[in-house]
Design a binder for this molecule. Structure first.
Ligand code: CAA
Length: 684
């Protein structure tokens, strides 16, 4: 392997260049190369200053995450940062792309930082369940100020170069060719002594208000719930304001090691790679070329159609949206406009961006207007006959080679495709509601979907900033299929003696954003209901019959006040008890453990069935679906990773214990049984 670090001289400045694609991760070879280069610079009398820069798309994007969990290889990152900082000659970091994690720590070790305006700087370690462990939590507050460091470390969100300049993290912003500018800067500072050493600075931490930490915790309580790493980051930054640097880094290391040894960091690091793996299509020939998507058509201007449109408009792709009636069309276009205005008010878009996006929208009643679209997404009522009719019509007018997609959440994509003369161009694009917010996109591959159509969808997903997962054709695809056994068991548990709030509490304590009944009330208890109040076959039918349709009616599994605050409902309790009596269900005390075994373990079993049927490409894709589509806590990695961490035999034993009580058509996944018996895991 060629050495990733090279050096060249420009006058009396030594330029140290890293070339370690794709993101200049700080692998062992890079770390060693940096130390060697600094040693060489110090030893060479002719060198008066050093510039550290990177080739390729980015400055160092962090530690090499693939090295985590393996035996450490020297020199380790804290030593490298210290070595740069103690260099007797000025060292300038030249930042483009992203200076993240260990990359930012390298930059903090440098005496000066120069950046291009579109560079980003951040400490995303918290998203990997960690903290910046090479002195970053101690240096960053000393350079950027405590509030900024606190926000960056605990949330992991990067800041732009301009913001970094304003807070003192970047010393100079330069337009154009970065390295020559950095060299010029190095020449300006070559004789400056003493050098500004980040770890020695006191000016930015001296007046830190200790109350800010609790205020920050309080303001972010909801966001940080269940996570270990944000609190460790807060504590580490606070230590920087209380202790000398040398003591601070010892404490930082202790906190880092605690996090690194924990399950959350393992899960979050696993998930980092799971998310990236999801974009890859197994067995795709290299010669496959995606189709060009320059214009998108959306059929249906309802909540889904409108939300889907926003994704494309924001990515600069023109959208033609079609409705049947003027009123529905106006309402739909109005909702899109309102949505943009609300985002602009929150500072997410400028007025010009909103104007530009809205300028790309063409609302019309003319179905024929879809004729020149490269991709048409159907987002009409969830009914097979309606969808077939729409696709039949679309088939007659769409241009050859157009990709035809259905936003169905359950229906058979092959059957929909069969209503066209070009099933190879048809696939499912299952967006999650609200479609402009939720990151997940299930890309449903039909039996005849052409490889280039699938690739087109996966590439396009990235363009509109979605995380796409390939799913096969089965009822509910990956996400909703796994949801079903959970909902069924949750409902059964109510009859057997649990309350909606108990079941929901167990799920929220597990880390889900809400429990099954809170979710049903939010989404609408009446979704998919047969609409016949006299036909009461389930608890849900009983609630729907008296219009307890959820939050929108002020009543569902819970009662709601005018501010939509829920409280347990005596009416629902009464219905549950009556229903249980009618069905001869014996009521008893239900333990929280049983709720976990009855509602979460069957999800793992269903995930295993999805895998054995080939409906998901890999177990980690199932985890990506559940984390991004349903809010499964990322610190538990997703249902399949979680099952691995609990132990598959534990899952099997729990299901066996509960089997008699579960819905009669429950059956074990053979894959789950086999893997448990062999002591294997779903994920690595
Ligand atoms: N280590 C190893 N591999 C990495 C990596 C890292 N830090 N960051 C990215 N990669 C890999 C990805 O897995 C991907 O590999 P494949 O092509 O084989 O899938 C490839 O680089 C490209 O990554 P993306 O697809 O994410 O590319 P992008 O252009 O969309 O995004 C990025 C680039 C913004 C740098 C993004 O990759 C990213 O956010 N990376 C992680 C940054 C991070 O978390 N750094 C902190 C690491 S922890 C640390 O540094 C502190 C410490 O000491 C513990």
């Amino acid at each position: 392997m060629t050495d990733p670090i090279s050096t060249r001289k420009h006058g009396d400045v030594l330029i140290v260049l890293s070339n370690n694609p794709p993101v200049n991760a700080l692998s062992a070879a890079v770390r060693q190369g940096l130390v060697d280069a600094i040693d060489a610079a110090e030893a060479d009398e002719a060198v008066k200053a050093v510039v550290i820069a990177c080739e390729g798309q980015t400055f160092f994007a962090g530690a090499d995450i693939t090295e985590f969990g393996k035996p450490p290889v020297m020199p380790w990152l804290p030593m490298v940062v210290d070595r740069i900082e103690t260099c007797a000659k000025p060292v300038v970091a030249a930042i483009h792309g992203t200076a993240l994690g260990g990359g930012l720590e390298i930059a903090l070790g440098c005496h000066y930082r120069v950046a291009v305006p579109d560079a980003k700087l951040g400490t995303p370690e918290v998203k990997l369940g960690l903290l910046p462990g090479a002195g970053g939590t101690q240096r960053l507050p000393r350079v950027a100020g405590v509030p900024k460091a606190l926000q960056m470390c605990a949330t992991g969100s990067p800041i732009g170069a301009k913001e970094a300049f304003d807070c003192g993290l970047v010393d100079r912003l330069v337009e154009g060719d970065l390295v020559p500018h950095a060299v010029a800067y190095a020449e300006e500072v070559r004789d400056t002594r003493p050098l500004p050493v980040s770890s020695e600075r006191q000016d930015r931490i001296a007046a830190a208000d200790p109350a800010m930490f609790d205020e920050f915790r309080k303001a972010n309580g909801r966001k940080f719930r269940g996570f270990d790493a944000p609190e460790a980051n807060i504590r580490a930054v606070k230590i920087a304001t209380e202790k000398p640097f040398v003591e601070g880094v010892i404490e930082e290391r202790k906190l880092f090691m605690e996090l690194m040894g924990g399950g959350q960091a393992r899960a979050q690091q696993y998930f980092f790679f799971a998310e990236r793996k999801a974009a890859k299509i197994e067995g795709l020939a290299e010669v496959v070329v995606p189709r060009d998507i320059r214009k998108v058509g959306i059929i249906g201007a309802g909540t889904m159609g409108g939300g889907i449109s926003i994704n494309f408009l924001s990515a600069g792709i023109p959208v033609t949206i079609v409705e049947m009636g003027q009123e529905a069309l106006d309402r739909g276009a109005g909702v899109i406009a309102k949505n943009y205005q609300a985002s602009a008010a929150k500072g997410r878009f400028t007025a010009e961006q909103v104007e530009k996006a809205m300028g790309l929208l063409s609302p019309t009643l003319d179905f024929q207007a879809l004729a020149d679209c490269d991709l048409v997404i159907e987002a009409v009522y969830e009914n097979m006959d309606v969808k077939k009719e729409v696709f039949g019509r679309l088939d007659k007018i769409a241009k050859p080679g157009a990709v035809l997609a259905s936003n169905t959440s359950y229906l058979n994509v092959d059957e929909i495709a069969a209503s066209t003369s070009r099933p190879q161009d048809v696939l499912g694009l299952h967006f999650f509601s609200p479609a402009n917010v939720m990151k997940l996109l299930e890309v449903v591959r039909g039996a005849q979907t052409a490889p280039d159509v699938l690739l087109t969808a996966m590439r396009l997903a990235k363009k509109i900033r979605k995380v796409a997962v390939v799913a096969g054709v089965c009822h509910g695809f990956i996400g909703n299929r796994i949801l079903m056994p959970r909902q069924v068991e949750a409902m059964k548990l109510l009859l057997e003696g649990a309350t909606p709030s108990q079941v929901d509490r167990v799920h929220v304590e597990f880390g889900m954003p809400m429990g099954p009944f809170q979710m049903a009330d939010l989404a609408g208890v009446d979704i998919g209901w047969h609409r016949d109040p006299s036909r009461i076959e389930s608890l849900r039918d009983a609630l729907c019959a008296i219009e307890r349709w959820g939050q929108k009616k002020g009543a569902g599994f819970y009662d709601y006040d005018e501010k939509r605050r829920p409280s347990p409902s005596p009416v629902v309790q009464d219905i549950i008890e009556k229903f249980a009596a009618e069905k001869n269900v014996e009521r008893r005390e239900i333990s929280d453990d049983e709720i976990v075994e009855r509602t979460l373990y069957p999800m793992v079993n269903e995930g295993a069935k999805i895998l054995e049927e080939g409906m998901a490409q890999r177990a980690s894709d199932i985890d990506v679906v559940w984390v991004y589509g349903y809010g499964w806590p990322v610190y538990r990695g997703g249902p399949m990773h979680w099952a691995d961490s609990v132990g598959l035999q534990t899952i099997v034993d729990g299901l066996k214990r509960q089997q008699e009580r579960m819905q009669p058509d429950f059956s074990f996944s053979q894959l789950l049984l086999d893997k448990a018996a062999k002591g294997e895991k779903f994920t690595r």
